[in-house]
Design a protein around this ligand. Structure first.
Ligand code: NAD
Ligand code: TYD
Length: 339
């Protein structure tokens, strides 16, 4: 099969590219990525040597570029990871999120309609369900939970999900959607909680925890997410949504303290800073559908995954030092300078 992976130079997309190259050697993997601040060709350096891998630089909201992708590569499957993905950036500048996440998805769907496709898979997020209260641990997001978004990021992802479902129903595009909880692992851009805290701790810099650090996220090791997507594109049913999560809820402060503990750094590095606007309280996925229907289960326990992730950042200083020495500095100053 020819599999186009959009956004494959970012965190989860790149992990998915490596997952396919390792586990599906008869597939051809084509990464289509605009290389925004979050895309990094160095992440794909090993893939570039593989004969069944090809990188094409392009923007999913550019109709001509997407047409050319479809006519030259003839994809059987498109997995759409390409997105603006950071909530804090969406609060600062929503418009770019609408262009990439909504228009970009619609351009890809139009190409699927025009050229035909065996499967379009939309990589979505549990954030489309909004949040759950902290004092009702018995509540979880299921696939039938109402969409109820809080940030421009989650609103743009929910809009894209609705378009995918509309194109499925109206034009018969064979499409699936996965809604996953927070991922962590190698190649995670250091604007997100876990890599930011690891790198700041390694540099003996303050660890900025929003509010009181009580917000809860449901963490999943990135490889488990990649395996779920691989199962859905091969065995999932057209038109279905699959929630992906590993019942691993943690308060932010507990995650931060765990990172400090593993690295042998003092808790005095923690600094409580002004809370995020509209900050979602708790995310928690009920993954029973994908477990029962496709036999997926997470394999990596958080205690192991977080150690693996920390080791990866310790061993790959070159990768993240280049990132934090560039425009990231201005981003950091803007987000955290006066917080
Ligand atoms: P990321 O920000 O690390 O990577 C995004 C990638 O998309 C980058 O390589 C970037 O260059 C590329 N891109 C951005 N705009 C593009 C455009 N217009 N055209 C082509 N490429 C473009 O994101 P991530 O964390 O890897 O997330 C990937 C997907 O998974 C996103 O759709 C996100 O909504 C979803 N998701 C993420 C998480 C998470 O915890 N990170 C959880 C659930 C779902
Ligand atoms: P993040 O990694 O941005 O993912 P998301 O908002 O999509 O869940 O943030 C995870 C949690 O960590 C979220 O509750 C916000 C919090 N957070 C901090 O406390 N400090 C930080 O510097 C960052 C980036 C996030």
């Amino acid at each position: 099969m020819n599999i186009v992976v959009t956004g494959g130079a970012g965190f989860i997309g790149a992990n998915f590219v490596y997952f396919l190259l390792k586990n599906r050697p008869s597939d051809k993997v084509i990464c289509f990525d605009a290389l925004t601040y979050a895309g990094n060709l160095e992440t794909l350096a090993t893939a570039q040597f593989m004969p069944n891998f090809k990188f094409i630089r392009g923007d999913i909201s550019d109709r001509a570029a997407v047409d050319e992708l479809f006519t030259t590569m003839r994809p059987d499957v498109v997995v759409n990871f390409a997105a603006e993905s950071h909530v804090d950036r969406s609060i600062d500048d929503p418009e770019l999120f609408l262009r990439t996440n909504i228009i970009g998805t619609s351009v890809l769907l139009d190409a699927c309609k025009k050229y035909g496709i065996k499967r379009f898979h939309q990589v979505s997020t549990d954030e489309v369900y909004g949040d759950l209260p902290l004092d009702k641990p018995e509540l979880f997001f299921t696939e039938t939970t109402n969409l109820h978004t809080s940030s421009p990021y989650s609103a743009s992802k929910a809009s894209a999900d609705l378009l995918v479902q509309a194109y499925g129903r109206t034009y018969g595009i064979p499409a699936t959607i996965s809604r996953c909880s927070n991922n962590y692992g190698p190649y995670h851009f250091p604007e997100k909680l876990i890599p930011l805290m690891i790198i700041n701790a390694l540099n003996d810099k303050k660890l900025p925890v929003y509010g009181e650090g009580k917000n809860v996220r449901d963490w999943l090791y990135v490889e488990d997410h990649c395996r779920a997507i691989d199962m859905i594109i091969r065995h999932g049913r057209d038109g279905e949504v699959y929630n992906v999560g590993g019942h691993n809820e943690r308060a932010n402060i507990d995650v931060v303290e765990m990172i400090l503990h593993i690295l042998g750094k003092p808790e005095s590095l923690i600094e409580f800073v002004t809370d995020r606007k509209g900050h979602d309280l708790r995310y928690a996925i009920d993954p029973s559908k994908i477990e029962h229907e496709l036999g997926w289960k997470p394999k990596v326990k958080f205690e192991d995954g977080i150690k693996r992730t920390i080791d990866w950042y310790v061993e790959h200083e070159d990768w993240w030092k280049k990132i934090i020495s560039g425009e990231y500095q201005q981003y950091y100053e803007k987000m955290y300078g006066n917080r």
